[in-house]
Design a protein around this ligand. Structure first.
Ligand SMILES: C[S@@+](CC[C@H](N)C(=O)[O-])C[C@H]1O[C@@H](n2cnc3c(N)ncnc32)[C@H](O)[C@@H]1O
Length: 264
């Protein structure tokens, strides 16, 4: 299983919705309006957050196929998409990219996925979509920048260790982590795509305490694995950050990038 549980995906969905670049969504909608039968395939769909975020802006007859390897997340995606016409879900392991069903697909979509993927995976996917003539909407790719309004002496060490850990294997080869968007851009431009990239940062304030707590707790193991910090230093940093969440002025910004690539 992926290790992405429903609670975490549910916590992040509102901040993802707020972060997505609306200009790219409008450009995607415009492109789909020009297609006779708009059809999207969403990779690593989780519970269907991409569909819920995009569909209100897209042509009503847009068809969707949601793919993930986690049957529990797919069951939830199916339940929550029941009201939307033209949605199918399928259990699919993205390691099997050669068999990705791309017939008649207008655009492949994915959110919060490509930072988990390797360069080889991205190269294979871009080759497949270019051969099939599809576009790519790749949103919410972590870009390596995390900033807190209240600084701590260890922030730089912590973020660089976290980013080292982001570049380890997450099940799809050695992950690109913060380099994912630049890698996709290079591969897509080489195949003649028009590529547009916009920032889509999370901005978490004190009203998002549950999300901030889960986000910070997600640092513990990566820091133990990938930093030179002593366990007591890690615990000290975490305690400081967790205690700072309720402060009205405290803000945490996490950098992401959205990418839209359309056939030229
Ligand atoms: C960070 S979550 C994002 C989920 C969803 N796109 C969203 O924005 O809420 C990454 C998703 O990729 C899926 N995933 C990870 N590795 C996969 C693989 N090898 N094949 C298919 N799906 C995979 C996970 O199950 C999870 O749903």
């Amino acid at each position: 299983m992926s290790g992405f549980d429903m609670d975490w995906l549910g916590l992040r969905e509102p901040v993802d919705v707020a972060a997505r670049d609306q200009g790219l969504i409008a450009a995607l909608a415009g492109y789909l309006e020009s297609q006779p039968a708009p059809y999207l395939v969403d990779l690593g769909c989780g519970t269907g957050s991409t569909l819920r975020s995009l569909q209100p802006a897209l042509p009503a007859d847009t068809k969707w196929l949601l793919l993930d390897h986690d049957p529990i997340l797919l069951e939830e995606a199916m339940k929550r998409s029941a009201a939307v016409m033209h949605v199918n879900v399928g259990e699919y392991d993205l390691n099997d990219i050669a068999t990705l069903p791309l017939d008649d697909v207008s655009v492949v979509t994915a959110s919060a996925l490509f930072d988990l993927c390797s360069e080889a995976f991205c190269a294979a996917l871009v080759a497949r979509i270019a051969d099939a003539g599809c576009g790519l909407y790749a949103a919410l790719n972590y870009d390596g920048a995390i900033e807190w309004s209240q600084a701590h002496l260890l922030d730089v060490d912590v973020v660089s260790a976290f980013n080292r850990h982001q570049r380890t294997d997450k099940g799809l080869g050695m992950a690109l982590g913060p380099d994912a968007t630049a890698c996709l851009e290079r591969l897509l431009r080489a195949r003649g795509y028009r590529v547009d990239i916009r920032p889509s940062p999370w901005r978490m304030d004190s009203s998002m305490a549950a999300l901030q707590t889960a986000f910070l707790n997600g640092f513990r193991q990566p820091l133990l694995d990938a930093s030179k910090l002593e366990p007591e230093e890690i615990q000290g940093w975490l305690s400081y950050r967790l205690e700072a969440i309720p402060a009205p002025e405290s803000l945490c910004k996490v950098g992401h990038l959205d990418l839209l690539a359309l056939p030229a």
